[in-house]
Design a protein around this ligand. Structure first.
Ligand SMILES: C[S@@+](CC[C@H](N)C(=O)[O-])C[C@H]1O[C@@H](n2cnc3c(N)ncnc32)[C@H](O)[C@@H]1O
Length: 423
């Protein structure tokens, strides 16, 4: 796309807001597009550059120190991004450049990435590298960081209440879309490109929903049965609730709880499309809400999709690594432990709970589960690998489900399967 002063100016305006990190990048972009009525080419350029800059922010900031100006302004970050990652050459940028910028950008192009510190190569701030180091090799941290710099594909889940995977797959392929069955989830479809699907007839009629394959595997680990009583404790807008409801064939009862009225409201239209009639969305005040006491010991399956740092979703939300911090993770850890121990009260003997996050940090994952097991002797860890085998899913895992983009092509997910074996 031709780069003009006008287009650069739009990009700089959007980036200035995003780089403040006061709001999530996708919200910044939404507000920007509402305020600026711009053409589709400009929208694509602004979105691509904004997310690209956030993905590569550490290297770009380093690049901004390579001349005597040294400042990482929105303009310089955008120019450096275009030269280094956007596929533009200096000649294409020339008409936009001020004195000495061409010289500086020549240096940016030549930076040898391999010689930079791990944090910059992996595009993970120091506080995240520090948290990963005790549990991962440097090579693994780098592989994770590099995989998180790639945009994610678009995964769909076929709603088995209304369609089967082949039918949806064939329909999408016949429209010329590059669609493949996902490797592990039997109800998933992966699209290589990211077409806008929110007006697609199969979406509007509830035959598919957008859901990462990793998230689908969490539902398959919980494996609710048709007439079970199930609680989705942190249901949000219901990404996983809808899958659980379909796995139950719209039978039994599925409570979708959350403390956020807004998120539960977003579940309503999705629920309507899905054709499910076994889901009951309910607002709870906090994890010790009286509803927990009322249903204690009565529930067959509980999903705790805990609030977390979201660091497993950096492909989609690259700004999270700058919006979270060691302190916010510590606060989340307290919440995660409190939610897990309260939710566990719901289970009847023999019942199953899945604790899950979309984080790659040990302290949000294994550490929470280990501390729970140490203080709750009536619960036993069931190896996730074993549950996957029972579900005929050919994915090798040990005690925990641990998914990463570099190994599995999914977002980063963690899950532990716990069973109430005692009273
Ligand atoms: C990871 S998100 C859930 C995403 C959702 N399960 C999905 O698949 O779309 C975590 C959710 O936990 C909710 N939450 C936070 N604190 C909670 C609490 N104390 N009890 C229940 N839900 C809580 C948040 O509002 C948020 O919607």
């Amino acid at each position: 796309m031709l780069l003009t002063e006008y287009r650069l100016d739009l990009v700089v305006q959007a980036l200035r807001s995003a780089l403040k990190m006061e709001h999530p990048a996708d919200a910044v972009l939404r507000h920007f597009f509402q305020a600026e009525r711009i053409g589709s080419n400009e929208r694509a350029l602004v979105a691509e550059t904004l997310f690209g800059v956030l993905r590569h922010r550490l290297l770009l900031e380093h690049s901004c120190t390579l001349d005597d100006k040294g400042q990482a302004t929105a303009r310089r970050m955008a120019l450096a991004y275009w030269v280094r990652f956007g596929g533009y050459n200096l000649r294409e940028l020339e008409p936009l450049l001020k004195a000495k910028e061409a010289e500086w950008l020549g240096k940016v192009k030549g930076v040898a990435g391999e010689a930079l510190p791990l944090s910059i190569q992996a595009e993970l701030p120091d506080w995240i590298v520090d948290k990963l180091r005790p549990h991962h090799s440097e090579a693994d941290i780098l592989a994770l960081g590099l995989a998180m710099q790639q945009p994610a594909p678009l995964d769909l889940r076929v709603n088995t209440m209304l369609a089967n995977r082949n039918e949806v797959l064939q329909a999408l392929q016949s429209e010329g879309l590059n669609a493949q069955a996902t490797p592990w989830s039997p109800v998933g479809i992966r699209l290589k490109d990211k077409p806008a699907l929110n007006r697609h007839a199969l979406f509007l009629t509830g035959k598919f929903e957008v859901q990462d394959e990793g998230s689908q595997l969490l539902g398959l680990l919980l494996a609710p049965k048709r007439n079970d009583m199930v609680v989705d404790f942190c249901a949000g807008a219901g990404g996983k609730t809808l899958m659980l409801g379909a796995l139950m064939n719209s039978q039994g009862r599925l409570y979708a709880w959350d403390i956020s009225e807004k998120r539960l409201a977003n579940l309503k239209p999705r629920l309507k499309r899905s054709g499910l009639s076994n889901v009951q969305p309910q607002l709870i005040a906090h994890e010790n809400d009286s509803k927990v006491k009322r249903l204690a010991g009565k529930i067959d399956r509980v999903l705790v999709d805990a609030p977390c740092s979201g660091l497993g979703t950096l492909r989609r939300n690259p700004d999270l690594k700058f919006r979270q911090s060691a302190q916010s993770v510590a606060e989340l850890n307290e919440k995660q432990a409190a939610i897990l121990s309260s939710a566990a009260r719901l289970l009847k003997q023999g019942g199953r709970l899945v604790y899950a996050t979309c984080s790659v940090l040990h302290e949000e994952n294994q550490a929470i589960v280990e501390a729970f097991l140490a203080t709750h002797p009536s619960f036993t860890l069931v190896p996730a690998g074993e549950v996957l085998r029972q579900q005929h899913i050919d994915l090798a895992m040990g005690d925990y489900l641990q998914l990463t983009p570099q190994l599995h092509g999914t977002d980063g997910f963690f899950a532990a399967v716990l069973e109430r074996t005692g009273t």
